[in-house]
Design a protein around this ligand. Structure first.
Ligand code: ADP
Length: 399
């Protein structure tokens, strides 16, 4: 079966197209003037009925059958609240014109097929039918109306394809998020158990040789890293499904920064970390989540800088004192302007570090969500090979 052409039936202009194109099909096939006129009249009758009651009809002209016996068919499909019968006027007339006529309905959808067998004398074969299809695909529009219609159809098809692509992408994204959520939960339990046993072993340190104690320390350190990664995966999935929750309390920002950075300085003892605190202020925040942001920024500053380099943490109030700004400055690798644009995206890592430094590109994505959920902003200024300053703000509580 070959669909030769397809016309949507929306208004009277389409009736003209339906008639003229049906005539043309007959002409291209080599039918006599009488036969093609009969076929085109029957098609017009049915198309008129469809257009009278609906604007959603569709006419398709089809060549069915196999070499050497082919038939020419027209199929009109439409939906309508109106009840139609095969005995209705237009149908009645068309039925009389063509030898094959079928009418079927299911709910509000109607399908009418009508046609005639094509004489062998036309000497049709598959290559000829392929040429016929090509002819109607490339044929110049009959009038401005058909030209616009063709363009519209093309646009519709493109929009449809784009929508389909978006739907598939969304589906894939949902599957990915679901996988991350399940995987992170599945990882959590064994990691917690390993961590607990490691802690137990640490408590019994005196009973081991120094070498074994050293191995246990390493085991503990790696388990902590693993548990951090699982936690980050879990947070990414919470960000995705909007279930990241906050326990907001009043926080003295400077005190908080001072305490957190002092603890973190012990972990990052290979770098010189300076704290410079501005005017004190109170904020409303979830301290654990805010600590997560500072840990991420400071951790990155250390990770992407040379050992022994200096890192500065500073706080200051914004010009109109309604926000506090926290800055983390390193003198490390820095970033190119192209890279900066994407670093807050999920799983994004710069090419320069992807093989040289460990990481999964989740930290800044989660941090930016935490900061925006606190009503603040996060951004970075960076110069390649000179270093970076990450900034974030949190609204100050009025006192
Ligand atoms: P990760 O560090 O695990 O890759 P992040 O989300 O914390 O994930 O950071 C995303 C990317 O941003 C990093 O892979 C790195 O390319 C870049 N980046 C982050 N912080 C810095 C920094 N202080 N200096 C240079 N590049 C950085």
């Amino acid at each position: 079966m070959k669909e030769v052409l397809d016309i949507s039936l929306e208004n009277e202009m389409d009736l003209v197209l339906a008639h003229r194109r049906s005539m043309q099909v007959g002409e291209q096939l080599g039918l006599t003037v009488a036969t093609r006129t009969t076929f085109a009249t029957a098609v017009s009758e049915i198309a008129r009925t469809a257009i009278e009651y609906t604007d959603n009809g569709r006419l398709t002209i089809i060549i069915s059958g196999k070499y050497p016996r082919y038939s020419l068919y027209a199929r009109v499909v439409f939906d309508s609240d109106q009840t139609f019968r095969a005995t209705d006027e237009g149908f009645f007339y068309a039925k009389k014109l063509l030898p094959d006529f079928s009418f079927s309905s299911s709910g509000n959808a109607y399908v009418i097929e009508m046609g005639l067998g094509l004489p062998r004398s036309l000497k049709l074969d598959e290559p000829k039918l392929a040429l016929l299809k090509d002819f109607f695909e490339q044929v110049t529009p009959l009038n401005a109306y058909e030209e616009i219609k063709k363009k519209n159809n093309h646009l519709h098809r493109l929009t449809g394809e784009q929508e389909e692509e978006i739907r598939i992408r969304r589906e894939l994204d949902e599957k990915k998020s679901e996988f991350i959520s399940v995987a992170s939960h599945e990882l959590k339990t064994p990691i917690t158990v390993v961590k607990a046993y490691t802690q137990m072993l640490k408590l019994l340190k005196d009973q081991y040789t120094d070498k074994v104690a050293g191995v246990i320390d390493k085991l503990d350190m790696q388990t902590t890293k693993l548990s951090l990664l699982a936690q980050q995966l879990m947070d990414v999935s919470k960000v995705e499904n909007g279930s990241l929750q906050y326990d907001l309390v009043d926080v003295d920002l400077n005190e908080f920064v001072n305490e957190t950075v002092t603890i973190l300085s012990n972990v990052h003892s290979g770098n010189q970390i300076n704290i410079s605190l501005g005017e004190p202020c109170q904020i409303k925040a979830d301290p654990l989540r805010l600590e997560q942001v500072l840990t991420n920024l400071l951790g990155n500053a250390v990770k992407y800088s040379a050992r022994n380099s200096t890192i500065d943490i500073a706080t200051e109030l914004s010009e109109n004192k309604d926000n506090v700004i926290v800055k983390v400055t390193d003198r490390g690798l820095g970033m190119s302007p192209d890279g900066i644009a994407k670093i807050f995206d999920k799983f994004y890592r710069l090419d320069e570090v992807s093989t040289s430094h460990p990481g999964l590109g989740m930290g800044l994505y989660i941090s930016s969500k935490i900061i925006s959920d606190h009503g603040g902003k996060i951004w970075v200024k960076s110069v390649l090979n000179e270093g970076s300053t990450f900034f974030f703000t949190v609204p100050v509580q009025a006192v």
